[in-house]
Write a protein that binds this ligand. Structure first.
Ligand code: ZN
Length: 474
């Protein structure tokens, strides 16, 4: 093979810049090699991941043990790898609708299965720590995409009473391992912000308190140091989007008790990020910080970080809405008043909780000048006119799909009455117009709890519309 001099220089430069890039950034860049492609969205079930876990058991270096069963009889597994002295226990999806870290866990298993340029990193981790990962601790909740388990309790308030078998499973493994580190992996509201700011709290951390005084002993201090290191890494990717969770002591919670029982415990909460409704970008960030955390613990690198820096991470606040329309004129009895309108969407589920379409709702009205939205619009000079219901009843959503939505909206219509919508949710997901049943006769006023369907007029001319909580330019 022949190289030109400039080619050699470029090659050398690339090698140098690669060497200078921190290893966690290299892992992040190589993420697609490890991503578990069979899981693409947040709403998956035990039956989707169980075959993946059982197959892992056949892999060299992996052991998958059934720890027990949920109330409804679903197996809960511990995925173990590594042979080091330090015991690290991770558990995800204690709340059934908080699945981001379960996805990241599957990616993490693929990473540790691989044999490639990261072998040195892997071996450092595997030789120094033993990892136990319980993906989906609450499979019954995941089945219906709900926070609570089949008993209807929040497992995170069951650490002392231990009524749920899933809670006992977690307590037993913690005790039997006397784990040195614990990772309590959750999802938080997508409306949390990092302080009174527009930035969503994409990842928030907490080293839970182990008493009401919120004392810091060496166990809790180690957790704080790991968090400081992870925050530093995350700032490289999501600057300003990392928060810290309120550290009030909750005597019934698992994180607080596991810290108290002597395991350095780190809570990781996955929140929201713009244009990431299925949290796939956040999943990738989770994967990266889990690799980084394991490496930090294996090398004790966290000891180089100062726990005091933890307090520089902004505390979680809740200052976000899906859509915030500012300075809109609302009419009552012929008079105009200026209000801001905060709108959120909720997920209307179908297909056995595995899919959803979005339904908008007005959540706040008034002076919202300290609030923000994933989407924000200043309607200064515009008046909100209630959306009209289209006179011609449509037989089904196929027919609605064929209507010229933007033309109808510019005529003031936001909503269409439909005879039969059953089983057509996949169409409804993508409709621009809002739909109601044929016998409904809704009126859309700007008030809390109302469906956000209104036209924004300037001097009598429609300029924008909000339909089902989505802003449309006319
Ligand atoms: Zn949770």
């Amino acid at each position: 093979m022949q190289y030109t001099l400039s080619g050699l220089l470029i090659l050398l430069f690339c090698q140098l810049s690669l060497a200078q890039q921190p290893v966690y950034q290299q892992v992040y860049d190589a993420y697609n090699d490890y991503r578990e492609e069979s899981i693409q969205t947040r709403r998956f079930k035990h039956s989707d991941i169980e075959p993946i876990l059982l197959k892992l058991d056949e892999e060299k270096g992996f052991e998958v043990n059934k720890l027990g069963e949920s109330i409804e009889g679903r197996a809960i597994y511990d995925v173990t790898f590594g042979s080091g002295k330090t015991q690290v226990l991770l558990w995800s999806q204690m709340h059934g609708d908080e699945s981001t870290a379960t996805m990241a866990g599957l990616d993490l298993f693929n990473f540790f299965m691989a044999d490639d340029a990261f072998n040195e990193l892997r071996n450092t981790i595997l030789n120094n720590i033993t990892v136990h990962f319980i993906p989906m601790l609450n499979p019954d909740g995941a089945e219906v995409f709900e926070r609570r388990n089949a008993l209807g309790v929040d497992m995170n308030r069951d650490a002392l009473r231990l009524q749920s078998p899933e809670s006992r499973i977690l307590k037993n493994i913690r005790d039997s391992l006397q784990a040195d580190f614990g990772f309590n992996l959750h999802d938080q509201s997508v409306y949390y912000t990092t302080g009174i700011k527009p930035e969503a709290a994409t990842i928030s951390f907490l080293p839970p308190a182990y008493n009401y005084a919120k004392d810091i002993n060496p166990v809790r201090e180690r957790a704080m140091q790991v968090i400081v290191e992870l925050n530093e890494a995350l700032q490289h990717y999501i600057k300003g989007h990392v928060g810290r969770y309120n550290d009030d002591f909750e005597p019934r919670a698992f994180g607080d008790n596991i810290q108290k029982w002597g395991t350095s415990t780190i809570l990781i909460e996955s929140g929201g990020f713009p244009d990431d409704p299925e949290k796939q970008r956040i999943r990738k960030l989770n994967f990266m910080i889990l690799v980084k955390a394991l490496h930090s613990i294996a090398t004790k690198n966290y000891k180089n970080y100062n726990r005091e820096d933890y307090w520089n991470i902004p505390e979680n606040e809740r200052y976000l809405y899906d859509l915030l329309v500012r300075n809109v004129k609302k009419e009552i009895n012929g008079k105009l008043y200026t209000v801001d309108v905060g709108i959120n969407h909720y997920e209307a589920e179908y297909n056995e909780h595995s899919r959803y379409f979005k339904v908008g709702s007005i959540r706040e009205l008034g002076d919202m000048s300290t609030y923000y939205g994933y989407d924000m619009f200043d309607a200064r000079g515009m008046t909100a006119v209630p959306g009209k219901v289209y006179e011609e009843i449509q037989p089904d959503l196929h027919a609605v799909q064929k209507l010229d939505a933007m033309e109808l909206i510019s005529q003031g219509y936001t909503t269409v009455r439909v005879k039969d919508m059953e089983g057509q949710e996949d169409i409804r997901r993508h409709l621009v117009l809002d739909v109601v049943s044929e016998d409904a006769s809704p009126t859309y006023t700007l008030e809390i709890g109302s469906r956000p369907n209104f036209i924004l007029e300037e001097a009598g001319t429609p300029k924008y519309a909000v339909v089902n909580g989505f802003l449309r330019e006319l």
